[in-house]
Ligand binder design. Structure first.
Ligand code: GLC
Length: 429
């Protein structure tokens, strides 16, 4: 795909894609493949929307939080309008909500996004009003995580389904997936393969297990007091936890500004306990963090992006330096940072979703963390590579990190939102 270049042209193209996928009060990730509202997509998309329309950005978040469950969970998909083009739809999840949602969650980037919207707002009155409304909701979601996904109070939360991680088919899940059965699942027809190349998507063996877990949780009536312990899949993902820790820090900052000392104190306490516990996930051999399998009680050897994302959580200096060195090492194996899996590992697959491709939202979270740790040179390098990827390959869902080939869905909303952020952020070097 040929693109006219330069930041102004890229901004315009990004805005057009976001407008194309705008459904009024929420945005779909892309037409066809993902026709509903996804949790972390929406929070990151709001960061792009703020550049042209701050009220619309706040509305994106408000719409998502309108569907928060009574127990505090914010679901991973909200099925606003019926659409047969996606599987598994509301009838499979059967969560019993008037406007249907799934029964699992996604990476909690909301707190992080809200702080950015709040701190940089041009309309300060609107920002205060919207942040004050959202703050207790985000706080409840954060508490939900520690109440329901950390029953032994370790300071870190577990995922009970790979879709919660946002990194659906990562190599990280391969070993724990061996104990997820497939017997007894209702026969199904995948819809994703009608919209994207099968070689870029998860396999049937993985889909069967995704479905087994959904049916298992459904049989427990989506009761979050039971799901964690009843799940054969309980994984402590360092990237996911780092996002939660950062969001707790960011919500504490906003709570201070709005005079909510209780929310600030609670979120700071969750963040500092989590940051301390994160150290247990350090994998010396890989020079990065690793997933912990709570059922087997083992640390994974899989060198995935999940172990690099903790840079977002304001790490101790020696750990931040180690992550910088790790990304620099990966830079020698790829043309477009940051690959979702190490190309030197035998499981790397440059085109298959979360098993190798580079994703702009990941690059954005990593550069945000690098900047928090004052590692601006590497952040600049990742941003430059991200924008050159867009100029050569367009606004795809993800990209082969070696060839730059666009993969997955096209005209992708969060890719566009991240381009808006990268084009508008002040450069430091
Ligand atoms: C895929 C991604 C997930 C994302 C969703 C919508 O499932 O793995 O992270 O939220 O698509 O874009």
């Amino acid at each position: 795909m040929s693109q006219s270049s330069g930041p102004a042209a890229l901004m315009q193209q990004a805005e057009d894609i976001m407008a194309l996928n705008d459904r009024g009060a929420y945005t779909v990730p892309t037409h066809g493949l993902y026709p509903f509202q996804w949790n972390w997509d929406s929070c990151l998309v709001a960061l792009g929307q703020r550049h042209s329309n701050e009220p619309r950005a706040w509305l994106e978040l408000q719409t998502l939080f309108e569907h928060q469950w009574d127990d505090g969970m914010v679901p991973h998909i909200v099925f606003h309008e019926p659409d047969d083009g996606y599987f598994p739809g509301p009838d499979v999840w059967a969560t019993g909500r008037a406007i249907p949602t799934t029964g699992i969650t996604q990476p909690p980037v909301a707190g992080f996004a809200i702080r950015r919207l709040f701190d940089d707002a041009i309309d300060k009155t609107l920002a205060k009003e919207c942040a004050a409304q959202l703050l207790p909701m985000v706080d409840r979601w954060h508490q939900w995580f520690f109440n329901h996904r950390d029953p032994e109070s370790t300071g870190l939360v577990a995922l009970i389904h790979p879709w919660e991680s946002g990194r659906d088919n990562s190599v990280d899940w391969d070993t724990p997936f061996e104990r997820v059965p497939v017997e007894g699942i209702t026969p199904y027809v995948r819809r994703d393969l009608q919209h994207a190349d099968a070689d870029h998507r998860p396999t049937k063996a993985q889909y069967d297990r995704y479905l087994w877990l959904v049916e298992h949780f459904r049989s427990l009536n989506w009761d979050n007091t039971k799901l964690h312990n009843a799940s054969p899949f309980q994984i402590v993902d360092p990237g996911f936890n780092a996002i939660l820790i950062r969001s707790c820090d960011d919500i504490a900052h906003v709570a201070d500004a709005l005079g909510h000392a209780d929310i600030a104190e609670r979120n700071r306490a969750m963040a500092s306990k989590g940051r301390e516990a994160l150290e247990l996930l350090w994998h010396e051999g890989n020079g990065q963090y690793a997933c912990y399998d709570r059922v087997e009680k083992t640390l994974s050897d899989s060198p995935s992006i999940g172990g690099i994302l903790p840079i977002l959580a304001e790490l101790p200096v020696h750990r931040a330096k180690a992550i910088v060195a790790r990304i620099q090492k990966l830079n020698a194996s790829v043309n477009y940072l940051v690959p979702s899996h190490d190309p030197e590992d035998s499981e790397f697959d440059g085109k298959r979703y979360w098993r190798g491709p580079s994703w702009l939202i990941v690059n954005y979270l990593i550069t945000s963390g690098l900047r928090t740790s004052n590692e601006h040179a590497l952040a600049d390098e990742i941003e430059a590579q991200s924008l050159s990827l867009i100029e050569t390959s367009g606004f795809a869902e993800y990209y082969d990190p070696i060839t730059g080939e666009p993969c997955g869905g096209a005209s992708f909303t969060w890719t566009a939102a991240m381009v808006m952020e990268f084009c508008q952020l002040p450069r430091t070097a």
